[in-house]
Design a protein around this ligand. Structure first.
Ligand SMILES: *Cc1c(COP(=O)(O)O)cnc(C)c1O
Length: 218
């Protein structure tokens, strides 16, 4: 388990060396890992964790989170609108807001539960068919819908760039879209490209395998 802390510390040292300690949050993406892997990081003082499946996250986190309010949970995977209520109950941040039906369900759930989450709109900067996210072209309209009509607290944009070695280009595009909407936060950068993402102003890095090790299943 010490290797998890070592790897985590290494990432933080890099961020510190860049002078970005107070500007950047590392989200430890703990999907597929059991609580045995997660606990040492919590004991080490880490607060932000991410999951990509509602059901898995509920089983792992529901009880612990009730008794540990300082833990912040991030939903980073695709979210079906019929799971919106469960997601609003458990999570603090949702990174995968990308369609109106989901925005409606989330807004309804917020009202029912008297809870307000923070959201990232997921943008499909690579226009990949198999990936979630809205196109850059529909971003403005969708952003206005979420914020003005559905009263969702959208704090930034999120993307998962294609795995083609051009993450730089996608991060640049996302950062430009982000500033065109005057948004402060950006969710970009994973294990293999977080250093690039930092250069482009990411404020939330989503890092899994570089902390917890290789995943055996998805
Ligand atoms: C799994 C996942 C990550 C973390 O990926 P690593 O390459 O293991 O760092 C980040 N973002 C999303 C949306 C993910 O599903």
């Amino acid at each position: 388990m010490n290797t998890i802390i070592d790897r985590y510390n290494k990432i933080n040292s890099f961020i510190n060396e860049q002078g970005k300690k107070d500007l950047v949050n590392v989200i430890a993406i703990s999907k597929t890992f059991t609580f045995d892997y997660i606990k040492p990081l919590i004991d080490h003082g880490h607060k932000h964790f991410g999951e990509n499946k509602v059901q898995e996250a509920l089983l792992k986190w529901r009880v612990f989170k009730k008794n540990n309010a300082s833990i912040k949970l991030h939903m980073v995977g695709k979210l079906q609108s019929n799971k919106a209520k469960k997601a609003v109950e458990l999570f603090d941040f949702i990174h995968s807001l990308d369609n109106e039906k989901l925005a409606i369900s989330l807004s309804d759930a917020e009202q029912k539960l008297s809870k307000n989450l923070k959201y990232f709109i997921q943008v499909n900067t690579g226009l990949e068919k198999q990936k979630s996210g809205i196109s850059s072209a529909s971003l403005n309209e969708f952003y206005n819908y979420c914020v003005r009509e559905k009263k969702l607290d959208v704090i930034g944009l999120m993307s998962i760039p294609p795995n083609d070695g051009n993450s730089d280009m996608h991060f640049k595009t996302l950062a430009e879209l982000n500033s065109s909407l005057s948004l402060r936060d950006i969710s970009m950068g994973m294990s293999n490209d977080y250093k690039n993402a930092l250069n482009h102003g990411s404020t939330f890095l989503r890092i899994g395998s570089s902390i917890f090790g290789k995943r055996s299943k998805e």
